[in-house]
Design a protein around this ligand. Structure first.
Ligand code: AMP
Length: 307
């Protein structure tokens, strides 16, 4: 069947220690769509753009099985614009500009053609919009995955808590997990967060990998040690796209299969950071992905004989 993916489609200006770009295509939904479409199709996109969003980008996404019935194109307004600057360690960044533009009045509508989708990926956006999409679906998807950020914890915690009650998997990074739980230990944080609604929790730790929690179980996936991280923008969204893409491809929502899904997510994130914007996600082939997945297997595969 299909994945419904809600997220921003945007222009970004990015500055890293390796360079600077003034206006490239970005947005959480764009990265999710590029990453997921390598693993499964169609991706049923829900988003909003202005008349400035490039037609070539829409064509490119459509060629990859991304459906646009749920993407509103507002003729006389600009697309969402975000600008960020990374610190030297590349793990932290400052947001310099957030121009909501079309996002300010976004009221996502689930088209009739999307009803019945098996999986729902709620990308980073206002929690009220994430909730609205869940509520419009007549059949509950088999798995609802949500990505969010500290900004919403600071400005819309009550709305976020309402959405958390309705999802299955929460994807956040370590500092967000600490902020959401008021616990420094990630194990304690996970216990508290799993009481807020989600059955599964993925805590991303950037270059230090990701943890998957469910009930009393925990799994750790490493991040590939890369010689150069060029631009981390969208890594979290590429991770999400790889994760949900693998779930749809395999149609299996068990803990065991989610372990593989977070390895696939980590692989897509490792490609994403190799170039500015979603460029690298557009270039890679199935062979590149398989090669990288085997590098992940090698990374933590060892023999031990226990006496
Ligand atoms: P990530 O690096 O995974 O956090 O994702 C970065 C992408 O998210 C950029 O391409 C931005 O356009 C987009 N983004 C940044 N802030 C927001 C926001 N408040 N709402 C929606 N999308 C955002």
């Amino acid at each position: 069947m299909a994945i419904i993916s809600l997220g921003s489609m945007a222009f970004d200006a990015i500055e890293t220690p390796f360079g600077k770009v003034d206006k490239i295509v970005g947005g959480s939904g764009t990265y999710v769509a590029y990453a997921a479409s390598h693993l499964t199709q169609p991706i049923q996109q829900i988003s909003i753009v202005g008349n400035d969003f490039p037609h070539e980008e829409i064509d490119e996404l459509q060629k990859r099985g991304v459906q646009f019935d749920g993407v509103e194109i507002v003729p006389d307004q600009k697309s969402f614009f975000w600008s960020g600057k990374y610190h030297l360690d590349m793990n932290s960044r400052d947001t310099l500009v957030t121009d909501l533009n079309v996002l300010a009045n976004f009221n996502p509508q689930v088209p009739e053609t999307y009803q019945g989708a098996e999986y729902l990926m709620l990308g980073n956006l206002m929690p009220t919009l994430q909730l609205s999409v869940i509520e419009q679906l007549r059949k509950r998807p088999d798995l609802v995955v949500l990505d969010t950020m500290n900004y919403w914890m600071a400005t819309a915690m009550e709305d976020l808590k309402k959405v958390l009650l309705k999802i299955d998997v929460l994807l956040i990074n370590d500092s967000e997990a600490r902020e959401l739980s008021n616990e420094y230990s990630l194990v304690k944080a996970a216990k508290k967060i799993l009481q807020l609604g989600p059955k599964f929790l993925v805590i991303k730790k950037g270059e230090h990998g990701a943890l998957l929690f469910n009930e009393d179980r925990v799994f750790f996936a490493p991040a590939l040690p890369l010689e150069e991280v060029f631009d981390p923008t969208g890594a979290g969204d590429a991770f999400a796209g790889g994760f949900i893409g693998h779930i749809d491809h395999t149609k299996n929502i068990s803990f065991e299969n989610m372990k593989t899904a977070i390895i696939v997510g980590s692989a897509m994130a490792s490609f994403c950071v190799e170039k500015f914007g979603p460029q690298r996600l557009k270039e890679i082939s199935r062979q590149d992905i398989d090669k990288r997945l085997s590098e992940f297997v090698q990374l933590s595969n060892f023999n031990i004989s226990l006496v």
